[in-house]
Write a protein of this length. Sequence first.
Lengths: 377, 635
Amino acid sequence: MTFSAGALQLKRQLHRVRHPSSGTRAAQVVPFGRRLLGSDVTVIVPAYNEAASVGDTVRSLRAQTSPPREIIVVDDCSTDATGDVARAAGATVVRPPVNTGSKAGAQTFALRHVRTPLTVALDADTVLAPDALERLLPAFEAPGVAAACGFVLPKHVKTIWERGRYVEYLFAFTYYKRLQEYYGKPLISSGCFSMYRTEVLRAHGGWSNRTLAEDMDLTWSFYQAGHAVRFVPGALCYPIEPHSFDLMRKQLKRWSHGFVQNVRLHWRGLLAVPYLRSAVAVAFWDATVAAAAYLVLLPILALVLQTPWVLLGYVIDAPAVLVPVLAGAVRRREVGRALASIPAFFVLRTVNALFFLRAFFAELVLGRSFKVYEKGH
Amino acid sequence: MTAGLPGTGVGGMFYLLSALVMPLREVYGRARGRSTSGGWRAVFLQAGLALGILAGMWAAGWLLGAGVAAVHAALPARSAGAPPSGNVLRTVALVVSLGTLAAVLLGVELLGLWLGRRAPGPPDEPDESHPEEIEIPKRSAAAGRRRVLLAVAGLMTAQAPPLAAQTSSPAHAHLARAESAYAAGEPDVAEREYAAVLEVDPENSRATYRLGELRRRDPAQALRLFRRYVELEPSDPWGYMAVGDVLSRSGQHEAALVWYDAALRLAPGERDAVVGRARVLARRAQEAPALEPTVLGSQDSDGSTVLRFLAALDAAAGGTRLGATFSRTRTGDRLASATVDETAFQARGPPHTGWSVSATVGAARLDAPAVYSNGSPGPPPRDSTPGPPPQDTTPGRPPQDTTPGTPGPKPVAPIPGGAQSRRVTVVATGLLRARWRPPTGGAAVDLRLKRDVLVATPLLVTNGVIRTELHGMVDLPLARAVKLRGTGRATLLKDRDHENRRTGWGGAIAFPVGRTQMSLQFHQAGFARPSTAGYFAPRLAQTVEAETYVEIETARSVSIALTVAAGVQRVARQGAPPSPWRRAFRLHALTVVPLAPGRALQLELEGEDSSGGSLIATSERWRYGSAAVGVRWAM
């Protein structure tokens, strides 16, 4: 019998007890008992032609209450002065030999340079609140936690698209994400700002560009491997959101295809993760069937039944949106801004639904996988 | 990104319900001693948001209804275009939303159950037997294999990373004590000392690993400790294997496989990683839902034949095993035939520190002749019915079974060739079983409460004999491999007109001899009254026998479990002295042939020559043979 043969040939690797003062090896492990500090963090900032915003990003990092040990900006063969701006602001700049083609590629390229137990991935157009890193650190004192993310709000809230995003984020991070966190399963550790445990990140091979939503891919892989992911609402970051329809279109295309690609990739493994499987199933249903009903069925019903009242279905859930948004806005003392942005949300939601439905058809029905990474601003 | 329609759709309903459930979950969690992130503040905040949403929706609906009614009143009346009332809109929306959500969530759970456990893996172990109408002790061939696997697991975990020098001396002292306690087999002391090491030197990976091993019975703690070990020693594949093992034991086979793969990446070809991974696949295959159709045929010396078709479905949900059984039994003799259709649903709870509980609920539909004809064309009545006295009584002796309360002979109604009326009855059946097997070895207890129908002959089915039985078994290990077993049982047999009681007890002593297990057994049982319902009801039946049990596994993983028992038996009919000792003989063989991963063919043979003892027979001298063929088809 194979089992008995194996039992007779046990081998064991020679085991080394860690010496507290050994060099790089000591620094890789999250120390047990000592409070985590910013010096345990390396920040990776992937940048392609971000000269306009990368300076602010690096400065917001250096101004942290718990500053990181190192800021690595990955100048992904930019054609503008991204590298110089970043260097001037005080970051270490690395340049891959050829353009990696995606944010995932750029971030993974920098991973080899990380020597701290914690790694942060930050978008080059995102600025952090001064205490953002400090607020994420305690999440990693629990040994099972592999990633932690924070609250996201748009840096600028002016155009209709930015306002739509503002309300969408306020809604999602005040209400949905906190619920997911309570049940232990935040759906995604946001790619624009997340902290990871370096060892686990390395064990998963860094970020993969097999889908267009590498943050979702990584988060769901963590869950399937038995790790925990945390959401810390007190850690704020402010990315630049698309301000025009053209840019919004590119971002939505990337996100919608990324979502469908991830569902196709991970669905079997997710079935073993309770709550997450339900949340993803519900989101998938909403992105497909419910979106189709929303976009197509309601107008048809209105025509068929000869009554415009059916169109009330588009706004019938306004209170469902208003209550969490206002609650979040009150906490931030931005009620006026929130109220003024609510109509834009309904517009964005409809456009969002359209893109997700298109992505579903393209990826799963037609089998055409979209892999080109186009930036959203 | 927010996939879907934030606020609306089933997502809105899902998160609303999640928020409303939060307070309940928090209370439950606190009662179990578990703290959750955020605490009560987070719970109240989110639940408050949910209630606010509900209130807002209600108010909006009401406002809308009022506004629409006002507009409608102000405008000239139109036959078409009458708005639906706010209430109708709300109710319809709610019902549709909830219904869709329930369907989506249920669909995901079922999909997970169906697909999450599909099995390409090594052949799985045969299931335990289904309870049958005549009780025969069975043992699964997998017990031997399980023992070997446990031994391997024990060996693997017994090997430890060798000790290396420590710098700080209090930790060193604790570690030394812990190591010696571990080696000496004192787990409590070892656990204490390893915990002490970690307090002084929290990064001591060896103590972390050992503590995880000692706390394997608490999967949450073991997982935490092994994960910590992986952090401390990321290049040691044994850490990943330990995490994978704990995950697999808690049912998270997919996650376990990821960890085993990581171990194999670190040490490709490491045999124990391959073995452990195969074990995870086997566990997953074992938990895969399976279909088991079986056909059984039997014949006894009274001329009754039984043909049975059985289909069993079996699946695991979490740690619980669920199953459903459907069977059709056709029993007939030269005079009549009866059909019994049975349906049963089983649930076996997840094993919890030695306890294992299972419950079965079902129903049996009996279709038999309303009156069992034993008229002239047929053979004389069997020994179970009082008729002409048997040859061994002398004249002048009172005829058999004249004690008060004896039922007279059943009505004899020969209907030459005519159709007999049939009677259909439905009986509820069930089985409740609780087993205690202490993890550290020691006495084991098995209790069973069962209610079923006797279907061995058409006479029994006609009379609708229902058996309710309480059976208890205690196993006491004596010396190294010698075991003492005691059994007791109390049975109530109820047919349409009468009630009968049977009590029995037995003892056995078992010891291994070479590759077999031998046991010497004594059983005694007796009925309170005689019976004409179709079963043999002696005042006393005693059996002394020697039994041999052996499990064989051939080269192609075909496993055979064989039980042979031979002994002597004597029987005392109601109101009569015991008969002389007669030979008794029993044989049972179970063969499992693996066909493909997750699929196996099962063959079972049984033979018996006795008048009962631990069984209920249908006549005094009773010989019985049966064969069953079944397939276990994992999906």
